[in-house]
Write a protein that binds this ligand. Structure first.
Ligand code: C2E
Ligand code: MG
Ligand code: MG
Ligand code: MG
Length: 279
C-alpha cells in the first residue's frame, strides 16, 4: 500500500507539468528577493546615428544574475515579474538606475546621450507619471534624455486612459517610442493621436530583410510612415552591413544591433562614450 502511494507520488511530481510548476515556484520566490539581494544589473546597448556614425543613445536592458542558475534572460523572468506584480518595484528600479547612470555620465563630462527604458503594461496602471517625475527630480536627469519604450499592445489596451498618461509624460519632456513595431495590432489612427516620437522596427523584419521581399516591404513602409507622421525611426537587430546599407538607403537614420554592439555592462558602455567611438 505504502509502496504504491510512493510510486504515485513520484509520478505525480515527475510529470512535466509539475516540474514546470515547481520551477516556477522556485523562480518566483527567488525573484521576490532579487531586488534586496542586488541581483539585477542593467546592460546598455548603443543606438547609433548612421549618418554621423556616433552613439546617440543607449537602451537599458535588464539582467538577472541568479545565485544558482546564473544569468536568466528577461524573456523568461519579465513575464513572471508581470504576473506576480513584482514588475512594479523592479520596473521602478530600472528607471531609477538608468536615469542615475545617464546623469553620472553627463556629470563626468561625457557626450550626453538619450537613455531608453522598457516599460511593461502593468506599470501603466499605476501613477507612472508621478514615479517618473520623482525619479527625474531625485537623479537630476533632464526629462528630455529619457525615452520610454512601450509596445503596441500596451498602447492599444485602455487607449483612452493611456492618452492622459502619455500626454503627462510627454508634457514633462520625456520621449515615447513604440518597441517591436509591426508585430502587434496598432490602430494606425492612434499613432497620430498619441504623443509618440519614434517607431522601433521589430528585429524580425530586419533579420530577413535581404532575402525576404515581404519583410523588406514592411520595413520600408514603417520607415516611410514614421517620416510622414514626423516621427523618428530606429531599426533593431541589425547584424550585418548589407542590412545596414539597405536600411540606410530607405532613409532609416538610427540603428541598434549586434553589428555595432551587444548590450554591455555600464563600464563598457562608458568606455564607448569616453573613446568617442565612431562606428
Ligand atoms: P527589446 O526591448 O525589444 O530589446 C531588444 C532585444 O533584442 C534585447 O534582448 C537585445 O539584446 C536584442 N538584440 C539587440 N540587437 C540584436 C541583434 O542584432 N541580434 C539579436 N539576435 N538580438 C538583438 P534582451 O536584452 O534579451 O531583452 C529581451 C526583451 O526583454 C526586451 O526586448 C524587452 O522586451 C524585455 N526587457 C528587457 N529589459 C527590460 C526591462 O527593464 N523592463 C521590461 N519591462 N522589459 C525588459
Ligand atoms: Mg526595447
Ligand atoms: Mg524591441
Ligand atoms: Mg521585444
Amino acid at each position: 500500500q505504502a509502496k504504491d502511494m510512493d510510486r504515485n507520488n513520484f509520478q505525480f511530481f515527475s510529470s512535466d507539468l509539475n516540474v514546470k510548476v515547481m520551477e516556477r515556484m522556485v523562480l518566483e520566490s527567488s525573484l521576490r528577493r532579487a531586488l534586496e539581494r542586488d541581483e539585477f544589473e542593467l546592460f546598455y546597448q548603443a543606438q547609433v546615428d548612421v549618418v554621423k556614425r556616433t552613439i546617440i543613445g543607449f537602451e537599458a536592458l535588464l539582467r538577472w544574475h541568479h545565485p544558482e542558475l546564473g544569468m536568466i534572460s528577461p524573456e523568461k523572468f519579465i513575464p513572471l515579474a508581470e504576473e506576480t506584480g513584482l514588475i512594479l518595484s523592479i520596473g521602478e528600479w530600472v528607471i531609477r538606475t538608468a536615469c542615475r547612470q545617464a546623469k553620472a555620465w553627463q556629470d563626468a563630462g561625457l557626450p550626453p546621450v538619450r537613455m531608453a527604458v522598457n516599460l511593461s503594461g502593468k506599470q501603466f496602471r499605476t501613477k507612472l507619471d508621478q514615479v517618473v517625475a520623482s525619479i527625474l527630480l531625485e537623479t537630476g536627469l533632464g526629462a528630455s534624455w529619457l525615452e520610454l519604450e512601450l509596445t503596441e499592445s500596451i498602447l492599444m489596451r485602455n487607449a483612452a486612459e493611456n492618452q492622459q498618461l502619455l500626454q503627462a509624460l510627454s508634457g514633462m519632456g520625456c520621449s515615447l517610442s513604440i518597441d517591436d513595431f509591426g508585430t502587434g495590432y496598432s490602430s494606425l489612427a492612434y499613432l497620430k493621436n498619441f504623443p509618440l516620437g519614434r517607431l522601433k522596427i521589430d528585429r524580425s523584419f530586419v533579420r530577413d530583410i535581404i532575402t525576404s521581399p515581404d519583410d523588406r516591404a514592411i520595413a520600408k513602409i514603417i520607415i516611410d510612415m514614421a517620416h510622414t507622421l514626423k516621427m523618428e525611426v530606429t531599426a533593431e537587430g541589425v547584424e550585418d552591413h548589407d542590412q545596414l546599407e539597405l536600411l540606410k538607403s530607405y532613409g532609416c537614420r538610427e540603428i541598434q544591433g549586434f553589428l555595432f554592439s551587444k548590450p554591455v555592462p555600464a563600464a563598457a558602455a562608458e568606455e564607448f562614450l569616453r573613446k568617442g567611438i565612431l562606428f
